[in-house]
Design a protein around this ligand. Sequence first.
Ligand code: GLA
Length: 371
Amino acid sequence: MTFKKLFKGFGLAGITILLFLSCVKKTGRDITNKNDGGVVGLAHFYNAYFPVGVAVEPHSLEGGPAALIKREYNTISPENVMKMGNIHPEKDRFYWQDTDQLVRFARENDMKLRGHALVWHQQHGDWIFTGDDQNEVDKEELFARMKTHIDSVMHRYKDDIYAWDVVNEAVSDKPGEVYRPSEWLEIGGKEFLVKAFQYAREADPEAKLFYNDYDAIFPHKRDKIIELIKYLQENDAPIDGIGIQAHWTVFGPSEEILRETLDKYAALGLEIQITELDVSIHKKEHQARERNEEDSDEFTEQLQKQQKEMYAMIFKVFREYKDVITNVTFWGVSDKDSWLNYFPVEGRKDYPLLFDANLKPKEAYRIVSDF
Ligand code: GLA
């Protein structure tokens, strides 16, 4: 039979269905580009659950990484460009270009943006704590500068950023110490937390306001985060949600702790976003250190299996908690660029994401997308 006759008998619709089925068969789920075919990746599969996002740098918005981002995600977070040191490097100077680029990309591709992060003890310009006389600023001046920062950044991106990490990592890792020692705390007292949320609400009443932290699911840190949130709530700080960073590993968390944590945070009346998800193959360490003989770059079959199981478990739980989880964001586009290749051990490879260094979906991707 000639193609013409076949086409006449079968019709365009039939051929389209065949093409679609062959694509689905090859990959488990169809991941053709939404811009070309109307069918998407992770964000599409999780349509009925929550938006799925990724942290990006301006260089990820071109070529292969950009195509991957467009295909898979419907929200983006700035990995670095909105941190105070980048966007507001001096008291009277802002640097908008990089964030503007992210905003354009999000607009063009119909994506939402999370803002990250307004107040943090790292990656801020030193100007924030140093007065014009070179002495440390007092509380009143610190709050005035914080307000200018929050107002300026939030106003500029009012139409584009729907959720903000207002305060990042203000809880201490030390036993018995609730609030992290920092210049924010030293000069402003814990009132700086309340002010940050109040200024943010005034700057953009529509935006969702989050407190964001790491190790947020482990009891030693979780109880302190709950204490901080209650302090905010009792002091009229308008907080909408908690950001669980989720820099996890193939060794943990357990399903039990994850569920218990989601229940506890939801009980505070907050929505939950998973803001910085990755699953390292190495044991968790918080301090940078030199590489030693025991450090391996190998992504063994055993580790691949553990990573798959960890991703399967956490997404199963996330799906069950879809009423309280309002975003899940991966921290990086692919294993090639992950921050975990540089921290805590510079140059030791890690493989924490769903896409390998060649941007190909890993087995863990199949597990997460094919449920
Ligand atoms: C923390 C911050 C992020 C980022 C990571 C490391 O989780 O919130 O902005 O700096 O560390 O990449």
